[in-house]
Design a protein around this ligand. Structure first.
Ligand code: PMP
Length: 398
C-alpha cells in the first residue's frame, strides 16, 4: 500500500537543523530554528521549570486521564496571562480554553473548528508568515489567501496595502494575525494599527485568529499582549492560539492553549462543546506534564517571580544582541542597511541578503540561516557575533 506514497519535500527548517548537527566546523552557528539559546549556545531548562518539576515529582499522585480540555487550573491561569486577569471576556465568561499539544496543536484544532463554521472557509495569512502555518491551516481544510505584510526593501510593514487587501475580504473570512514577535519578519503592528485593524475586522464581519507564540519575548508580557487584548475587547468573537514553547522553554513538552471567544456566555459554551468533541476525535487529550509545570509556576508567587525574571533576562539578552550585531555590522562597514534589526521584536529578523549569500554563509562558514535570510538573534552570542560579522563582510562585501 505504501508504494503509492510520493516522497515528501523536506521541511526547510528541520532539514537545516539536521545538517547543522552533522557539521563539524568548530565555529558552526545555528541561526535557523526558533529556539532560544544562552551565551554558551545552550537551550537550558528554566530554573522555575526545574523547580516546578521537582514539586510535581514529589506531589503528583496520579497519571490518570485529564480530559480533552486539559487542566482547569492551567487553562484559567493561561487565560489570565494572555488576556489579563480582569479582562471583560473572562468576567463575562465568554472565553473557553483548551490546553493543547503546543501552539501547533492549538492552531490546528482551532482551524478545524473554524473550517466547520466559516461560511467561506477561507483564511488570510501575512506575506510572509511562519512556514508551518500553511500546512496546519490548509490541513484543516481552510483555503489560504495572503495579505501583504512586509516590505523587504523598506524593511517596514505594508500596512495600507494590508488594509486595502483585507477590505476586500468577504464576511466570514478568517484573518490570521501574529500577536507579537512576528515570525519570520520581527516587524510588529503598533497599537494604532491594531486599533485600525479591529475596526476593519468588525466592519467587514471577519473572524480574527491570533497566534501569540512569543508573549514576553518582545517588549514584555503585557505590552506583547496589547493587540490580542484590544481585539478581545473590541470584537464579539475571536480565536487565539498560544504556546508555552518559547516563554517557558517547554518546546518538547508540547504545551500550548487555544482560547475561543464567543458573543455570549451560552454561545461560547456551545462552541466549546464542539471544540472539545473535535479534540476528542483528533488526539483525545493533551499531554499533561508541560501544562502541570506551567500551572505550578503561575500558581506560586515565588516561582512566578522567578519565571518572570528569567523571561526578562531572555528578552533583554535578545534585545542586547540586536544592538550588538547592528553596532558591529556598522563598525565593520558591511554593505547594506541593518538598522531595522535594532527595533524589531522577538527572536527573528530578515538580514536582507540574497539567497546565494545565505548559501555561501552555510557552505563557507557553517552559518545556518533559513534561505529567506531569516535568522534567529538568540542563536548569537557575544563571542560568535564577531565571527558572524566577519563572515558577512566577506560574503556581502563592505
Ligand atoms: N506560531 C508561531 C508563529 C511559531 O513560530 C511557533 C513555533 N515556532 C508556533 C506557533 C508553535 O510552536 P509550538 O507548537 O512548538 O508550541
Amino acid at each position: 500500500m505504501y508504494e503509492k506514497l510520493q516522497p515528501v519535500a523536506e521541511d526547510p527548517i528541520l532539514a537545516l537543523m539536521a545538517r547543522y548537527r552533522c557539521d563539524t566546523h568548530p565555529n558552526k552557528l545555528d541561526l535557523g530554528i526558533g529556539v532560544y539559546k544562552d551565551e554558551q549556545g545552550k537551550t537550558p531548562i528554566m530554573q522555575a521549570v526545574s523547580s516546578a518539576e521537582r514539586l510535581l515529582l514529589a506531589h503528583e499522585t496520579s497519571k490518570s486521564y485529564i480530559g480533552p480540555a486539559g487542566s482547569e487550573g492551567f487553562n484559567r491561569l493561561m487565560a489570565q496571562l494572555v488576556f489579563g486577569g480582569d479582562h471583560t471576556v473572562i468576567r463575562e465568561q465568554r472565553v473557553v480554553s483548551a490546553q493543547t499539544p503546543g501552539g501547533c496543536g492549538a492552531l490546528r484544532i482551532g482551524a478545524e473548528l473554524l473550517a466547520s463554521c466559516s461560511p467561506t472557509g477561507r483564511i488570510w495569512v501575512s506575506d510572509p508568515t511562519w512556514a508551518n502555518h500553511r500546512p496546519l491551516l490548509a490541513g484543516a481544510g481552510l483555503e489560504i489567501r495572503e495579505y501583504p505584510y512586509y516590505d523587504a526593501e523598506q524593511r517596514t510593514i505594508r500596512f495600507s496595502e494590508m488594509i486595502d487587501t483585507l477590505n476586500r475580504a468577504e464576511a466570514g473570512d478568517i484573518v490570521l494575525l501574529h500577536g507579537c514577535c512576528h515570525n519570520p519578519t520581527g516587524a510588529d503592528l503598533e497599537p494604532a494599527q491594531w486599533r485600525a485593524l479591529a475596526e476593519l475586522i468588525e466592519r467587514r464581519g471577519l473572524m480574527p485568529f491570533v497566534d501569540i507564540a512569543y508573549q514576553g519575548l518582545g517588549e514584555g508580557l503585557d505590552e506583547d499582549a496589547y493587540g490580542v487584548r484590544y481585539l478581545a475587547d473590541y470584537l464579539p468573537e475571536m480565536m487565539v492560539a498560544t504556546s508555552c514553547s518559547k516563554n517557558f522553554g517547554l518546546y518538547r513538552e508540547r504545551t500550548g492553549a487555544l482560547f475561543l471567544i464567543g458573543r455570549t456566555a451560552s454561545q461560547t459554551e456551545r462552541a466549546g462543546g464542539q471544540l472539545f468533541s473535535r479534540i476528542r476525535s483528533h488526539y483525545s487529550m493533551p499531554p499533561a506534564h508541560g501544562g502541570a509545570v506551567v500551572e505550578t509556576i503561575l500558581d506560586d508567587p515565588r516561582l512566578n517571580a522567578l519565571w518572570m525574571s528569567e523571561l526578562n533576562a531572555m528578552r533583554e539578552r535578545i534585545r542586547y544582541l540586536r544592538h550588538q550585531l547592528v553596532d558591529r555590522l556598522e563598525h565593520a562597514g558591511v554593505a547594506g542597511d541593518f538598522r531595522h534589526i535594532r527595533h524589531q521584536r522577538g527572536m527573528f529578523s530578515f538580514l536582507g541578503i540574497a539567497r546565494e549569500q545565505v548559501v555561501a554563509l552555510r557552505k563557507q562558514y557553517s552559518i545556518y540561516l533559513v534561505d529567506s535570510g531569516r535568522f534567529n538573534l538568540a542563536g548569537l552570542s557575544n563571542r560568535s557575533v564577531d565571527y558572524f560579522v566577519d563572515a558577512l563582510a566577506q560574503t556581502v562585501g563592505t
